[in-house]
Ligand binder design. Structure first.
Ligand code: ZN
Length: 283
């Protein structure tokens, strides 16, 4: 794996790629660099080009900070899509994203919320964007279990509120299952399988596609791994369900705010969760 640049390097990279472009005085490269952890040099070049396009589309003379932030959203969350959504679909999406958001908020050590939106982008009807920590090289089991719960939190919220589940969580399930498979078969995080790496679920580092390697484990082991993967995912789901049922009022408040505002920044989320907690204290 290539080392990804830290924020100071990212700032320097951004400054190189804007050479020759007309910039408004409000552009703050330090702030942009701090808001883009995990981005590579190529991602940052893409960001400056996208910002220029955003400015061009609005016939602006200069690229301003707003254009950069819009470009960042386009890259991180996909371009906004014009889509007709029914009131019910909007409500389901709002609760789904509120479920991810509240689970992430309540779990200690989870990545902080950056933004949550129910504006359709790319393939998704909504997005909950977390800001991963700057220098994370290891993933402790507790952190990964949190990630699984956050991943499943959207679907869990749908289950609690509508007493039904939708096909909209397909990617969440795919991601969760893939992660649980790695935990069990590659990172030795299941007691029953033990500290062995059986190569199952390994991906090509650049293509992101699964490798078709000869199996290094028996059918019995494969069966046991299936059991353990399922157990981990169900445990993570139960944790999300516990949080969201207990904080149902907050879940409602977040979903209502999303239906009204469509996008919430971290500060908005904090205010809603705090407000909801104060209310329940007063009761
Ligand atoms: Zn989701």
């Amino acid at each position: 794996m290539i080392d990804r640049p830290g924020w100071k390097e990212r700032q320097a990279i951004l400054e190189i790629h804007v050479r020759g472009k007309k910039l408004a005085p409000d552009v703050d490269f330090a702030a942009l660099a701090k808001g883009t952890p995990g981005m590579t040099g190529a991602d940052l070049e893409n960001l400056t080009n996208e910002a220029a396009l955003v400015a061009l589309r609005k016939s602006k003379e200069m690229i301003d900070m707003h254009d950069f932030l819009e470009a960042e959203d386009n890259i991180l969350m996909g371009a906004v899509k014009e889509l007709t959504i029914s009131a019910l679909e909007k409500r389901i999406t709002a609760y789904h994203e509120a479920g991810h958001t509240l689970t992430a908020w309540e779990l200690p050590g989870a990545d902080p919320i950056y933004k949550v939106s129910i504006i359709p982008r790319g393939m998704a009807l909504g997005v909950t964007q977390l800001l991963p920590g700057e220098d994370r090289h290891y993933y402790p089991r507790t952190y990964l279990m949190n990630r699984l719960s956050i991943n499943l939190g959207g679907r869990v919220a749908e289950k609690i509120v509508f007493n039904d589940i939708s096909s909209g969580a397909e990617n969440d399930l795919k991601d969760a299952t893939k992660l649980a498979e790695k935990m069990v078969a590659q990172w030795g995080m299941s007691d029953k399988i033990g500290p062995v790496n059986l190569g199952r679920g390994e991906e090509h580092p650049f293509l992101g596609r699964e490798l078709s390697l000869p199996k290094r484990y028996s059918e019995e082991m494969a069966w046991l791994m299936d059991q353990e993967i399922q157990k981990i995912v169900i445990e993570a789901e139960a944790r999300a369900a516990g949080i969201l049922s207990e904080k149902r009022d907050t879940l409602d408040a977040l979903a209502e705010a999303l239906m009204k505002e469509e996008t919430l920044e971290r500060a908005d989320v904090e205010q809603i969760i705090q407000g909801s907690a104060d209310k329940s204290m007063a009761q």
